[in-house]
Design a protein around this ligand. Structure first.
Ligand SMILES: [Zn+2]
Length: 131
């Protein structure tokens, strides 16, 4: 994955800390963060909101034929997580020996995602582990 470092830094807070946004007018939460509320438009008051990082498996699949960057970690599980706050988030499931199933509780963890080349930049990203 050849990400531009500047692009990685800009997304760091959302990627590392699961920081999204919340409309203080209607209470709707967004992840990834939005700057305008879908419900309230310009009348909304969007503020940064740190998500709990907890949720449950809404759906999942096992990737057996991965893209190039993940060829060394396949097979692995990718899931759609329904966060406790509401928004759905896609992420890798860390293999901790527990069985992935719909409705299983998860929490966010920070893990290495990819490395640029042999000695390149290591990219970290959130993943989810079963609790
Ligand atoms: Zn709103």
């Amino acid at each position: 994955m050849e990400n531009a470092p500047a692009g990685s830094w800009r997304k760091q807070d959302a990627t590392y800390n699961m920081t999204g946004s919340k409309c203080e007018k209607c209470g709707t939460m967004y992840f990834p963060p939005r700057i305008i509320c879908r419900n309230c438009g310009r009348d909304g008051k969007i503020k940064e909101h740190k998500f709990s990082g907890e949720g449950s498996v809404y759906s999942y699949t096992v990737i057996r034929v991965p893209p190039h960057d993940f060829r060394n970690v396949a097979p692995y599980t990718v899931a759609v997580i329904k966060t406790n706050e509401g928004p759905m988030v896609e992420g890798h499931i860390v293999d901790n020996g527990k069985k992935v199933e719909i409705g299983a509780k998860v929490r966010i963890v920070l893990r290495r995602m990819t490395v640029d080349g042999e000695e390149g930049l290591i990219h970290y990203h959130y993943k989810f582990e079963l609790v």
